[in-house]
Each structure stands twice: as structure tokens, then as C-alpha cells.
Design a protein around this ligand. Structure first.
Ligand code: THU
Length: 132
């Protein structure tokens, strides 16, 4: 699957995001190391702090299906510019796949490609002495 094809999967999901408070609808398409694609959208709540970003929704959905290694994540939104993942989502990417690639979609097919290590150079790693 090309970067553009993965972004197209994300773009198709933007409309189902639940963002009545911010008005910013976001969707993510996550490609696992096995080649599966999981999608997620931002889900807001009237108690604002409970809201969850599209990227984490996609990653948590993949982990729930037994996938823990990711290749790429494409992020599409209703904004008129490529959206950077927030620090919390980058930290979750670090947990599973610090070498994964982030694709950020902009208007008219514009696509930015960056590494997680580039966007968050030194993520937190909890050393559990080799235990899963
Ligand atoms: N949001 C995402 O879903 N992903 C991002 O990368 C940045 C922000 C959501 C969270 C919230 O629902 C809305 O965008 C405004 O912050």
C-alpha cells in the first residue's frame, strides 16, 4: 500500500469523528507490521478531558486485536493544514514502534512524511528489565 493509499483510508473516516466541541474532526489509519490496517477517529466528551485523539483510538484498537508493531500511521482531518500528532499520541507510538512513520495529510493531496523519532526525539521508556 502506498502512502497515498493509506492516507485515503484515513480521509474516508474523517466524517465519522465525534468532535462536537472542538469542531476539528480527525481520523487515523494505522498500518501494522503484519500489513493490517486499523482506523480510529477522535472521540470527544462533554467532560472535555475524557476526549481521545484519533491516533490513540487507532493504536488501542490494533492492540486490542493483538497487534503491537506498527509501520505507518496516516492522519487526516477537517483542518486545512497537516496536523501534527500531540505529545501524548507520540508517546504511545514510542511505546510500540519508535521507528514508525507518521504521514500528515494536507489540502489537495499534500502529504508530509516524518519519523516518530524526529517528532519526539527522546520518548519515555519504562525499563521493566526485559519483561513484557
Ligand atoms: N486531535 C486528534 O485527534 N489528533 C491530533 O493529532 C490532535 C488533536 C483531536 C483531539 C480533540 O478532539 C480535537 O482534535 C481538538 O484538539
Amino acid at each position: 500500500m502506498t502512502d497515498e493509499e493509506l492516507m485515503a483510508v484515513a480521509e474516508k473516516k474523517v466524517d465519522v469523528a465525534y468532535a462536537p466541541y472542538s469542531g476539528l474532526r480527525v481520523a487515523a489509519a494505522l498500518e501494522t507490521a503484519e500489513g493490517d490496517v486499523f482506523t480510529g477517529v477522535n472521540v470527544e466528551n462533554g467532560s472535555y478531558g475524557l476526549s481521545c485523539c484519533a491516533e490513540r483510538s487507532a493504536m488501542f484498537s490494533a492492540v486490542g486485536a493483538g497487534r503491537k508493531r506498527f509501520n505507518r500511521i496516516a492522519i487526516a482531518s477537517s483542518a486545512n493544514a497537516p496536523l501534527r500528532p500531540c505529545g501524548a499520541c507520540l508517546q504511545v507510538m514510542w511505546e510500540f514502534s519508535p521507528d514508525m512513520v507518521v504521514l500528515m495529510g494536507g489540502p489537495e493531496g499534500a502529504l508530509e512524511r516524518r519519523g516518530v523519532r524526529d517528532l519526539l526525539p527522546e520518548g519515555f521508556v519504562f525499563d521493566r528489565g526485559g519483561e513484557e
